[in-house]
Each structure stands twice: as structure tokens, then as C-alpha cells.
Design a protein around this ligand. Structure first.
Ligand SMILES: NC(=O)c1ccc[n+]([C@@H]2O[C@H](COP(=O)([O-])OP(=O)(O)OC[C@H]3O[C@@H](n4cnc5c(N)ncnc54)[C@H](OP(=O)(O)O)[C@@H]3O)[C@@H](O)[C@H]2O)c1
Length: 341
């Protein structure tokens, strides 16, 4: 019997984001994972790499070759590969007429010049023009008809979701915003290195990327687009010895007339009808309350004349693969929440 599920190919199944995408797609009622591709390194059954997948997904990862992907007739390819690799594969996939969701940074920054300043020269400016930024809470109508969705970074998602409604409501100044962000170690991917070796990482909490983290231009671009006017932030990330999870504490100058109540009302007005952002009146956001889910929890208050906003999400789900599946649902006309919680 013909399946009425959409056919999905995943690239980068051996990585952390790819693993979560495989796991969640395996339970999605409207999607069928028909192939998983990677580099030459891990061409083995996925449950050999991730024993948790045993009796769930035993598909073998194949070497990425465009002809092998085309033979599977996918309607969508989800790319969970590093930047640079993504923009070498997307042109091949788009020329074959296949819709793509890319989790890397390659199509997130609209300007090739700004991308080059923070990453490397852009080699696919043609498809950069058609890319839609995949933050469903703000761009769902563009995502619906997109052929190429640039899935946002985990830090940008965690930073933009609390700030955007409060900026839109004119309750904070758009400059002088400080974002203090904390990430679990899986944010850096699965490739081992000294910095992420257990004795170096365990019980060790440290700042990094002072004034020069690559997610800063993405956060500013997104907030500027949503507000329709320039937004400037200082983004300061920290690495925490958690395996997953992300928390932001954000400080901003109140605009005239701002009160804690108005700020909370702005968050509720934006998100009460949106499934994956929970405005917390009861508890402050914390990584454990969103772990292994696609939720981002947000809240805000005024303290000592400063607006303080908090947000938390799971970097591998709302920060990566969960958000990609949310985007897939929108692109293919499924309920936004299908296969997710
Ligand atoms: N980790 C997060 O929290 C997070 C959040 C948001 C976005 N992202 C983005 O999502 C992407 C994946 O991140 P990750 O954390 O999952 O990284 P990762 O654990 O390092 O995984 C990277 C994956 O890409 C594959 N790969 C590398 N080069 C390839 C090539 N030339 N051809 C085919 N496959 C190739 C790797 O395969 P082999 O190792 O088998 O070669 C691996 O499966 C990145 O662009 C990252 O920036 C990650």
C-alpha cells in the first residue's frame, strides 16, 4: 500500500542534532525517514552509534552522494552538518528540486558580506537569496512556502524569543541590551577535542567568545527584522558542564512607561496562541523544565530599574532538530505540533 507520509532524507545522522532528528522523525505520524547520509567516517547502522536507537532505527548511514539521494525521491532533506558542508550540498539538492531545511549557519545571515566576516566566504549566494529564516513564531507564513529554510541557531532562538515581543511593544530600548547565555556541552557537537574532554569540562564553568561570538550578528539581524529598526546587543556565552540545555539572562533599559506587568502582557499577547513558547508566571525558566522537549520557556521582570528577561530551551530540540521538525510541519501543512511536545 502506498504511504501517505512525506519522504525525508537526513544528512549528518551520526551527529548530535542528527541523532535527535532521527529519533523524533521515527515517531512522526506524517514523515518517513527513507535515508540517512554522512561523510565516510560513520557508515554503520545508526543503532551501533547510538544504542538508544535499538529497536527504533537500525538504518545504515550511507556516504552522501547526490545521485543516491535522488534515487530515494525525498520531498525534504534535513541537513544536520557543519557550515560550509551545508552550502556545498544545498545547490545540488535544490537543483534536483528538493526542499531543504539546513541546521547550519550557512543560510541564516542574509548578507554574504556579513556571513564572510564571521564565518568564511559564501559559496552559494544564489540559494542564499531564497532562504527563509526558520523561526516559526515570527516567520511562519514565509516558512509555509519556502524551498530552503535556514533553521536558527540555538543561542539566537533562546535570545530572540524573550526579546522580540518586548521590543515590538516598545517597552525596552533597542540598544545596550546584554544577553548572558549558558549552554550545555552538546552545543559544540560530537567531535571530540581537548576543550571538551571530561576532566577539562566536568565541574568547570567558563565564559568564551567575548564580543565576537558568531551568533551575535544572527541575533541582531533577526531582532532588527522583527522590530523594523536597528537593534544592538552584547551577546556573552558561557559553557556549562551540562550535557544539554540553554539558559539566557538578558538585561535591557526600560523605555518610558514600561512596567513589569506591561512586559509580561506583551509576552503573553505574543505567545499564548503559539504552541512551543510558554510564558512562565509561576516559575523562572530552568533547563530541566524544558529538557528533551521542543518548548522554550520565557519570563521577565523589572529589577533595580533594569528589565530582566529569562529564557530556557533544549539546544538539541527547540535549539535545533525539534525546531526543524516544527518547520517541516509548517512547510508540509501539518499541525505545527505534530510529532513534537
Ligand atoms: N549541537 C547543537 O546544539 C546545535 C544547535 C543548533 C544548530 N546546530 C547545527 O547543526 C549542525 C550539526 O550540529 P551537531 O552538533 O550535530 O554537530 P556534530 O555532532 O559534529 O555532527 C555533525 C554531523 O555532520 C556530519 N558531517 C560532517 N562532514 C560531513 C560531510 N562532508 N558530509 C556529510 N556529513 C558530514 C558528521 O558525520 P561524521 O562525523 O560521521 O563524519 C556528523 O554526522 C551544525 O551546523 C551546527 O552548527 C547544532
Amino acid at each position: 500500500m502506498a504511504s501517505n507520509k512525506i519522504r525525508i532524507v537526513l544528512v549528518g545522522g551520526s551527529g548530535y542534532a542528527g541523532f535527535e532528528a532521527v529519533r523524533w522523525l521515527g515517531r512522526h505520524p506524517n514523515a518517513e525517514l527513507v535515508g540517512v547520509f554522512g561523510s565516510s567516517k560513520n557508515l554503520v547502522p545508526l543503532d551501533e552509534l547510538y544504542p538508544l536507537l535499538t529497536k527504533q532505527v537500525s538504518m545504515r548511514q550511507e556516504l552522501f552522494e547526490i545521485e543516491s539521494v535522488k534515487k530515494l525521491s525525498p520531498e525534504l532533506v534535513i541537513l544536520c552538518v557543519p557550515h560550509k558542508v551545508a552550502m556545498s550540498y544545498v545547490p545540488l539538492l535544490r537543483e534536483a528540486g528538493i526542499r531543504c531545511i539546513d541546521l547550519s549557519a550557512d543560510y541564516r545571515i542574509a548578507s554574504a558580506e556579513i556571513y564572510e566576516k564571521w564565518y568564511c566566504p559564501h559559496t552559494d549566494t544564489e540559494h542564499l537569496k531564497e532562504a527563509v529564516y526558520g523561526l516559526p513564531e515570527f516567520f511562519s507564513s514565509e516558512i509555509r512556502s519556502a524551498n530552503l529554510v535556514a533553521n536558527p541557531g540555538c543561542y539566537p532562538t533562546c535570545s530572540v524569543l524573550p526579546l522580540a515581543p518586548v521590543l515590538k511593544a516598545g517597552l525596552i530600548e533597542p540598544t545596550g541590551i546584554v544577553i548572558n547565555a549558558i549552554s550545555g556541552v552538546s552545543g559544540a557537537g560530537r567531535t571530540p577535542s581537548q576543550k571538551f574532554h571530561f576532566p577539562d569540562r566536568n565541574e568547570n564553568f567558563e565564559p568564551y567568545g567575548v564580543g565576537n561570538h558568531r551568533h551575535m550578528p544572527e541575533i541582531e539581524q533577526t531582532l532588527t527584522t522583527i522590530l523594523g529598526g536597528a537593534v544592538e546587543v552584547l551577546f556573552q556565552p558561557h559553557l556549562s558542564p551540562m550535557d544539554r540545555g540553554m539558559l539566557c539572562s538578558i538585561y535591557a533599559r526600560p523605555a518610558a512607561g514600561a512596567t513589569a506587568q506591561k512586559i509580561m502582557e506583551a509576552l503573553h499577547a505574543e505567545y499564548d496562541s503559539k504552541p512551543f513558547v510558554r510564558v512562565r508566571d509561576d516559575v523562572l525558566p530552568a533547563t530541566k523544565y524544558v529538557s528533551y522537549t521542543n518548548y522554550c520557556d520565557v519570563t521577565a521582570t523589572l529589577a533595580k530599574g533594569t528589565v530582566v528577561l529569562f529564557s530556557a530551551l533544549d539546544n538539541l530540540l527547540k535549539g535545533a532538530s525539534g525546531q526543524a521538525i516544527q518547520n517541516m510541519n509548517i512547510m508540509f501543512g501539518f499541525e505545527e505540533t505534530t510529532g513534537l511536545y
